[in-house]
Design a protein around this ligand. Structure first.
Ligand code: GCW
Length: 843
């Protein structure tokens, strides 16, 4: 039996060994997908005819970057150093330059297709009797993109002879938003501190910023806002602009334009005016002066992103002005300099009345922005989150995409996994994004998929495209998890070409990141492609969004936090049924914001796809899905299925040992192992919660039944006291034990009553971030295992964020054996323990 086969048969009980590993992984991930790892001799031989020389047709910062990259890549992968020449030599050569420049060398050359914007061409041809490889762009930036594409082919083992590849991006806007604060923190960032800022200054060493720009350029990203959309009022201060100019200079060699976030109240709050009314001419002048100065210092400044009237950010509503008024006053100041405004449609009231059955946060963006269609200036891009709520694990596409036909639009996707496991869980989001981009809004009965709308094709708009919230940080691997980099890569690739499949994207990324071994590529791809369905299955099924703690960390399970507050992420889970009625006929009317054809899908429960049913409809627990199964049984089954899939990721990863360097192998193993443990926490919390609410037992007898589980509160305790965990579903039986304040060490003991044999013991505990407790496991007084609670998880409490487990393998147990756990607390973390589970040994 293969290892994987074994794993698949035992996934339900495959558990965990996570002692002592945090998530600030060191290791070898810094180059991400630009590793240029040495190819094996056989593969390298197939590039034997590659020219030995490269010529650059002009001198510019971007062309220099392109040539430097080419030399670096070829040297890394093939061990050959290309000769760099200034003019065409009498030999075979790789030519780097624009089409216009090359036509000066060869006037007979015409590209087979017109190149404009950031497009490029890779072509094999003959010149002066020699074979030449052309890397040509319409612009210098296109040449750089072409160079990265050429190197990517070699890294993935693809041929570079007889080239005839033409590539043009789907949309002109391909931007990243970073939510970095000037103090060096990153809002919803899980990859360490800011690469840009520290202590309210731009860092003196911007090496990581240049490296970031290089990564972004390699996937076709052409702009990046560096500051949080919850904007700092001082970002345009006179003493700060020269510092921003240093970031722009670090971006420039890679063709990435700098932008920042601004707050519409700046003219009043820091600008010395007594108003920020967008229709006041003093306000207009203020913005004009500010941006004139910005462009004096940063001539290629890209533009700004604006969050207003949202989550406490002031906005035009203060003066009863519209979002268009606010966007336009800034846009007009940018216009002479060719800058753009990204105005976010993430505008909603977070003090909604949850008792009002007609209230619906999902309606907000369309209700506010649809009436403004046509009122925005032509350098304003309305930036729309993909769904109507907020980056949930599944949402329908925002109806606003179809609701703006005379306005430039960009789709906002979240690369940082705020609601999808915060990079402690591997969740490859490209399949989700792809579904949204492919979704046909059927505006006016036509074919208007979102990828065409944002590209400006559907409504003939000049500007538009993609914005990804990345939030990379100083961690070596940028995002805190090697596998999460596939999301950054995939975002860029989709923005360039939304016709690419998730399978093709992950195949590229895996080859570039881990090499070309077919077995390893296949297994890593399987983990990635199955990771969104797995995560959805244990965190937010049937359109319930993500049942996380929306009032705090947005991380672990806390389904009740959705309800009875003003945030409007309600799921309306009652004892008789669940789901939000958003229909036109009986609900909030949200469905009416879609085109007539799309309304037909969502207005009735029977037409709505199962995976969005509860987003649109309130149904009884016994409602039968298209699958024929009841809603409640589906909830139970999917949670078991999701946790089992997560366990299988560990098995798949183990099976590629030896194909990945040891550092990355063990770091990813620790991450996936933790994920599998937290998937069990999610599974039990959500299933227990719905079981208590619905009263409907699991047909398969699993929910609430845990063979081998011994609750900590039922053990013989010394020094430990029993507490109620909040929320109750985060702990088995709603209770845990914590070591009393005065105690230096506490114990919990139980007698083993099973048959003699080999066993493994899972200890379920809480790993808070306000201490590093130690646990020790004794069998009849013999110390058999010890581990620290040293993960970095986002809470100081025992709850769904901190719940995790540790496996002790290979214990020979006999009836009457005494199993004792000793907990040694550390400051605020009182060695909290939930239960132990004793299973017959699996291996
Ligand atoms: O989802 C919410 C996040 C906030 C974020 C906001 C937004 C920057 O929890 O942290 O603020 O979205 O997108 O503006």
């Amino acid at each position: 039996m293969s290892y994987t086969g074994f794993c698949l048969r035992t996934i339900v009980v495959v558990l965990l060994l996570v002692g002592g590993c945090g998530f600030a992984f060191a290791g070898t991930g810094g180059d991400a997908w630009l590793r240029y790892a040495t190819l094996g001799p056989e593969q390298a031989r197939s590039y034997g005819t590659l020219p030995a020389t490269t010529v650059r047709l002009a001198t510019s910062e971007l062309l220099l970057s392109a040539q430097k990259e080419l030399v670096r890549g070829v040297r890394g992968m093939l061990g050959r150093t290309l000769r760099v020449t200034a003019s065409l030599p009498d030999e075979s050569v790789i030519v780097i330059g624009t089409v216009v420049q090359f036509r000066k060398v060869d006037a007979t050359f015409w590209p087979s297709r017109d190149l404009t914007g950031d497009a490029y061409l890779l072509s094999s041809t003959r010149l002066h009797g020699y074979d030449v490889t052309l890397i040509l762009g319409a612009t210098d930036r296109g040449v750089l993109y072409g160079t990265f594409a050429f190197l990517s082919r070699i890294a993935r083992g693809e041929s570079v002879v007889s080239l005839n590849e033409f590539q043009a991006p789907s949309a002109s806007i391909r931007w990243i938003n970073q939510w970095d604060n000037l103090d060096g923190t990153v809002e919803r960032g899980y990859g360490g501190r800011s690469i840009f800022f520290e202590d309210r200054h731009v860092r003196s060493d911007l090496t990581r910023v240049t490296e970031y720009a290089r990564l972004l350029a390699s996937i076709g990203i052409n702009g990046c806002t560096a500051t949080n959309v919850n904007a700092d009022l001082h970002v345009l201060d006179p003493d700060f602009l020269p510092q921003l100019a240093r970031i722009a200079a670090a971006f420039r060699p890679y063709g990435v334009q700098l932008g920042v976030a601004v707050n519409v109240s700046m003219p009043k709050q820091v600008g010395g005016l007594d108003t920020f009314d967008p229709l006041d001419s003093r306000v207009a002048n203020w913005w004009q002066n500010e941006f004139d100065e910005v462009y004096r210092q940063i001539p290629d400044f890209g533009g700004v992103v604006v969050k207003a009237d949202s989550e406490g950010q002031l906005g035009p509503s203060v003066y009863r002005r519209s979002a268009a008024d606010a966007a336009n006053v800034i846009a007009r100041a940018l216009k002479p300099h060719h800058g753009v405004v990204f105005y976010r449609a993430f505008v909603y009231n977070h003090h909604l009345d949850w008792r009002d059955p007609k209230a619906d946060r999902a309606r907000a963006a369309y209700d506010i922005f649809h009436p403004l269609d046509g009122k925005f200036d032509d350098n304003v891009i309305v930036q729309i989150k993909y769904g109507p709520i907020d980056f949930q694990v599944r949402e329908p596409a925002s109806p606003l995409f179809g609701g703006l036909q005379k306005t430039d639009q960009s789709i906002e996707l979240q690369i940082t996994q705020e609601y999808t496991g915060q990079q402690r869980h591997t969740v490859f989001l490209v399949p989700m994004w792809k579904q949204v981009l492919d979704f046909d809004m059927r505006v006016n009965g036509g074919h208007t998929p979102i990828k065409d709308i944002v590209a400006g094709k559907s409504f003939h708009r000049p500007l538009g495209g993609y914005v990804g919230v990345a939030n990379v940080g100083l961690d070596k691997d940028w995002l805190g998890n090697h596998l999460a980099l596939a999301n950054l890569y995939g975002f860029g690739r989709l923005a360039w070409d939304p016709l690419l499949t998730p399978e093709a994207i992950i195949d590229e990324w895996t080859r570039l990141t881990f090499g070309n071994d077919p077995g390893a590529v296949q297994k890593v791809s399987r983990i990635q492609l199955d990771s969104w369905p797995a995560y959805e299955s244990y965190t937010g099924v049937l359109g319930l969004q993500t049942l996380t703690n929306i009032l705090g960390s947005h991380y672990g399970p806390a389904p009740q936090s959705q309800e009875r507050n003003g945030w409007g992420q309600w799921i309306r889970a009652e004892d008789e049924g669940l789901g939000m009625d958003r229909t036109i006929s009986t609900g909030t009317g949200f469905v009416g914001q879609y085109s007539k054809d799309v309304q037909k899908i969502y207005e009735t429960a029977s037409n709505t796809p199962d995976d969005l049913l509860l987003f649109f409809h309130h149904v009884p627990y016994q409602y039968k899905l298209h699958s024929g199964k009841s809603v409640i049984q589906t909830i139970y089954d999917l949670h078991y299925d999701g946790a089992a899939r997560a366990a299988n990721f560990v098995c798949l990863w183990r099976s590629i040992r030896g194909y990945v360097d040891d550092d990355r192998y063990s770091e990813v193993l620790a991450q996936l192992t933790y994920q599998a443990s937290h998937a069990i926490v999610w599974r039990d919390a959500i299933n227990d919660w719905f079981y208590r609410l619905s009263g409907v037992p699991d047909e398969k007898g699993r929910v609430g039944q845990h063979p081998g589980r011994v609750e900590a509160e039922a053990m013989t305790l010394t020094g430990y006291t029993v507490i109620d965990v909040v929320p109750w579903e985060a702990a088995s039986g709603g209770k845990a034990i914590v070591c009393a304040a005065a105690m230096e060490s506490c114990t919990a003991e139980t007698k083993f009553e099973g048959a003699a044999g080999w066993y493994e013991v899972d200890s379920q505990y809480f790993d808070q971030n306000n201490g590093v407790s130690q646990f020790r496991l004794f069998l009849n007084g013999q110390l058999v295992d010890a581990w620290p609670a040293a993960l970095s998880l986002p809470t100081t409490e025992p709850n769904g964020d901190s719940a995790t487990r540790h496996r002790t393998k290979g214990l020979a147990l006999r009836p009457g054996d005494m199993i004792r756990i000793e907990g040694i607390p550390d400051s605020g973390e009182r060695a909290p323990l939930d239960y132990i589970e004793i299973h017959p040994r699996q291996e």
